[in-house]
Design a protein around this ligand. Sequence first.
Ligand code: NAP
Length: 240
Amino acid sequence: MVDKVALVSGANKGIGKEVARQLGKKGFKVLIGSRDTSRGEAAADELRKDGIDAKAVQLDVTSQASIDKAIDFIEKNHGHLDVLVNNAGILSDTAAGIDTSVDSVETTLQTNFVGPLRLLQKSVPLLEKSGAGRVVNVSSSLGSHSKMADPSSGFSGFQYVGYSTSKSALNMLTIIAAENLASKNIKVNAICPGYVATDINNNSGPRSVEQGAAIVIKMATLPEDGPTGTYVNDDGTIPW
Ligand code: NAP
């Protein structure tokens, strides 16, 4: 039987580590993408103690060299990739609305949008070799134009120009990539995990990482007749 292989970016903590744990429990060999090698090794160690086949790979999504090295490693050691979870992300806006710093917007776009594009481009040949590649882009409801434009949605008050714009861009990448990659039998979907207590929000969210990871796992393990090019959370479709 051929191994099932998954790569999760930003898997050294938070939602990404839980996604890696749950994919591991489902029998995937999980590659723990972490920009800091020692943090990645610590997470992989923790998961291995839980009986999971986990290995840390250095992966800074803002570095093409780091991405190339990580994917070349996977090609050499596994020959294919079944699941890519573009999970790594930052929220670094320095102020609400247009007073945020331009530098923080640029850094956020590089990490949350350009990084996933770079990683996807480099991963496509390996995802194609899987025969049933699945890509999950970890977006946010804060990337929904419809929700942000609706004062009654509860989201429009969160005016993170860098963060929301980066997630909107990731959503657009999802739409385009899903169309581009359908003929290669690669499904690409965007998800929102909900408001989850992690370091990105100083652990203020009401949801657990287990709850946040559930929709990622669902879209990472879609059956052959599952959807592509969607934007979803636990409750179903999120308006773009
Ligand atoms: P988190 O605990 O802060 O985890 C973020 C992860 O991304 C960390 O592993 C971090 O690594 C990594 N990362 C940041 N920049 C990176 C880079 N340049 N290269 C590689 N890895 C990098 O936050 P989280 O809540 O689990 O976030 C995971 C994803 O969920 C993010 O995309 C976030 O936008 C999304 N999300 C979260 C919520 C929520 O309520 N928590 C809601 C909607 C969407 P370091 O440890 O090295 O910093």
